[in-house]
Design a protein around this ligand. Sequence first.
Ligand SMILES: [Mg+2]
Length: 439
Amino acid sequence: MKIIFHVDVNSAFLSWSAVKRLKEDPSALDLRTVPSAVGGDVKTRHGVITAKSIPAKKFGITTGEPVMTALRKCPGLILVPSDFQTYRQYSGEFIRILQRHSGMVEQVSIDEAFADMTGVPDPLAEAAALRAEIREKLQFTVNVGISENKLLAKMASDFEKPDRTHTLWPSEIPEKLWPLPIRELFGCGAATAARLNSFGIRTIGDAAGTDVRILQAILGEKGGAYIHRAANGISSSVLHPEEEDAKSYSNEMTTAEDITLQNYAEALPPILRRLSGKVASRMKRDGVRAFTIGVMVKTGGFQRHSRQTTLSLPTDDPAEIFRTADQLMHRLLFAEEGNAEPDGEQEEAEEGLFGRGEVLRLVGVSAAKLTNEKEVYRQLSLFDLPPGETEQEKAQKKAQEEARKKAQEEAQKREAALKDMMDRINRRFGDKAVKKGTL
Ligand SMILES: [Mg+2]
């Protein structure tokens, strides 16, 4: 049997900001003990809340809500700015502690990770030890969720906070998972929940007990299948310990003749276009898209050089990969200033490779920082697009609306016919002959 932990830092950004303040000034107010939040522009009070303390949560303040409405709920709310450098540092220390407890850790986001603890004799004791170590060494708390797969472990870590361990073994699903509102199911966004509610599916248990085909009629094939599986606690227990960045696609090509300052304008674009097309079609085949596009070359002296950039949206489009690769290549060859920021190797000399009299004998294009359709779907459903975002969704919603109206009308007709019949019976036999409730 697999044992999976999901470890989640409690109010991560807020805790980390609080810990930093206390480190700098031990007499400072501990932000965790008062209504406080991270987010937005503290001075102009614009933007959204990215984290809140547990006392702030009691005022109904939620992550993602505008700072303005949060202040209306709690005028005394203390706002602190984000400090990503500190967050990255604490995140790293947190993951390193987990890695000492498990050889297989999959970091899911800056403040949460799965750890495979299969074989641990006493999971609860192990979780307690882990929590204590993090609390003592790093001064912040985590919740640990324990189960046989990732979804259940993740749901468990979200139960009562802070600094708690919860199990959600498959046998505990009816008691601990099914009574929860469907909105709380991982991967069920607000719009999905609203749609399910309108069909009378209110709890996770309701969804678990609904025929998958009905869920698919309401949410579409993929969405319905996902909700049905998830509501029944079915999910993977396979961890992916390496960072997503480690996976990549690349294609390279040794050039027929050296590429030089004289021939590059003609010779290079067709090669880049071909390589971009190959990378794109491999990604399409595997159903993934990449945030990071890179180029690499080998010079006449067999030295490798590379450049890469991260896009704001993931792509599998060969034209976009080509355009990006072409820009990167120009920067590599001529050290042109680009708009995109390089986040790979930056050792290239100011004047670029051609400026140094180099020639190219090998060219490559790569795509990394991959995201798959499932992940995109997960993110979409977590954050829910505004309803009616696409024509297909509009049509689907309209069809659902019509189906619901029709069902409602029919119910009303039946109700009216029934009432009519009772009226007639009552007129014949007197008022108490038939009561609706007894029928
Ligand atoms: Mg968290």
